[in-house]
Design a protein around this ligand. Structure first.
Ligand code: NAD
Length: 447
């Protein structure tokens, strides 16, 4: 199997690797003008545009009456009398509980600083009023992205958001996948609309006759969805622009542990991202040539057996890399340059190496923490910064659904003590009215 083999002896080798990986950023499709047109149309025509686009792309014969999924259908999906379905829902419930518990630890409290002169400053943390969540269609409803719904809805709920509206493209018969409906019911979400792509994002931002506008839109989607979110920044808040998935593994050969077996585990982890997308990236960095050779052999063996082997093979050919480095410090330095979405530390002392990691969306420690435990079940959010944005961005969390207001309550004593300084500051900037707003109070107090 084709897979890139690089040497990274020192930081000077980065520019060639960076130039190669930069090709993932631009899939070469110009969708901006198409999406702009869709946004304009939904703004002008509302529900009629949603029904027309949905009928054209997803469900022939779709009408505006089919947009809102009846609340009874959500409850009915959750109550389905099917043992396999209910067993699956038990797994989803357990995952939801783990995700909720993790995000509860992220909640930030409002805080207050009382001052000796009687003034108070502080910060008020409040949830946004209304959130729209995009749940991808998943190959025409065949592979429902249930975990996406959990990972987006739960932090919004933990933040205290009062209203959550979900949009997702319908299947050919106009319905949504029953797992999505049942999961929405499980989460207590009552507003679900069977419409997707850029037109659904536009509806959430502008509002239509059926869908009231939201303050924040979150959730992954294809290029049309991502572009619509990007074009609407400023009108509404968004979570982030999610690019193609990526995994970086720092691994070493550990004496006493079976190299071949560990290589099989690491190859499986690389393939877990490679199967997402031909533009995904799967990189393994190690000082051990023997380990990298074993990983390559395992990639070859395991990839062919995957149902999505064509996608995984294309990804590995273009963006699958095995990189040899002199030592673990250099491996950490290279990983920091990638700033990967997912980083695995498959080394003898992962907690020691963690101290050298500066940029990564989520970090998985040790041989027994494969990346998919984070995708579904452990609790942390799987919506993560990609394409190097972990240098400045974080996982989706409660904070994405909150905003903070500064609070200032100054006392007469404060104004007396500092009024002249504030007025002087204002006049330095040529803002006379600012200065007088302070001075008039001090003058009135003095008289
Ligand atoms: P989707 O809902 O994002 O896309 C399907 C919708 O796009 C449908 O409504 C379809 O009709 C519409 N569409 C298709 N062609 C179109 C065109 N030419 N113009 C306008 N609209 C068009 O669901 P999907 O297809 O399953 O795609 C999911 C995407 O989300 C994938 O690209 C996947 O990689 C990404 N994803 C990313 C993450 C992440 O965290 N980064 C997680 C999950 C999914």
């Amino acid at each position: 199997m084709a897979c890139i083999r690089w040497q990274y002896p020192d930081p000077d080798s980065w520019s060639a690797i960076a130039a190669h990986m930069a090709q993932r950023k631009d899939p070469g499709l110009d969708v901006v003008s198409v999406v702009r047109e869709i946004l304009t149309r939904v703004r002008a025509e509302g529900d009629a545009a949603l029904a027309d686009c949905t009928a054209r792309f997803d469900c022939p014969g779709f009408t505006t009456a089919m947009l809102k999924v009846p609340t009874a259908s959500l409850a009915a999906a959750l109550a389905t009398d099917d043992a396999t379905f209910q067993a699956d829902m038990d797994i989803i419930k357990e995952a939801a509980a783990n995700i909720r518990a993790y995000h509860q630890a992220q909640v930030q409290q409002s805080w207050w600083r009382p001052h000796a002169d009687g003034s108070i400053t502080g910060q008020l943390v409040r949830p946004v009023d209304r959130v729209g969540l995009y749940v991808p269609g998943g190959q025409g409803g065949e592979t429902p992205l249930i975990s996406s719904l959990l990972m987006n809805a739960i932090p919004a709920q933990v933040a205290g958001v009062a209203e959550i509206a979900v949009v997702s493209p319908p299947r050919k018969d106009g319905t949504l996948n029953p797992y999505i409906l049942a999961t929405a019911a499980l989460l207590g979400i009552e507003e679900v609309y069977a419409t997707g792509s850029a037109w659904a994002v536009a509806a959430l931002a502008y509002g239509t006759q059926s869908i009231r506008p939201v303050d924040v839109i979150a959730g992954p989607g294809n290029l049309y969805v991502a572009t619509a979110k990007q074009l609407l920044i400023g009108e509404i808040g968004i979570d982030m622009i999610a690019g193609p998935s990526e995994i970086c593994i720092i691994a070493e050969d550990i004496p006493g542990r079976d190299l071949t077996r560990r290589a099989a585990w690491l190859a499986a982890d690389m393939l877990s991202q490679a199967e997402h997308d031909a533009l995904a990236a799967a990189v393994c960095i190690s000082p051990s040539a023997a380990l990298l050779d074993a990983v390559r052999a395992e990639l070859e063996r395991q990839c062919q057996a995957l149902p999505r082997h064509e996608i995984a093979t294309r990804c590995l050919k273009d963006f699958g890399a095995l990189v040899q480095v002199p030592d673990l410090d250099t491996a950490a330095e290279l990983s920091n340059r990638f700033a990967p979405e997912h980083l695995e530390l498959a080394v003898a002392d992962p907690w020691a190496l963690l101290g050298k990691i500066r940029h990564a969306g989520a970090i998985f420690l040790g041989d027994h923490t494969p990346e998919p435990v984070g995708d579904y079940f452990a609790g942390p959010n799987h919506v993560l910064p990609t394409l190097g944005t972990a240098r400045f961005a974080s996982a989706l969390g409660v904070d994405n659904f909150c905003k903070k207001s500064s609070v200032i309550a100054t006392s007469p004593a404060f104004l007396q003590a500092h009024g002249d300084k504030i007025a002087r500051f204002a006049r330095l900037e040529g803002l006379e009215a600012h200065a007088r707003a302070v001075e008039c109070r001090n003058k009135d107090q003095a008289s």
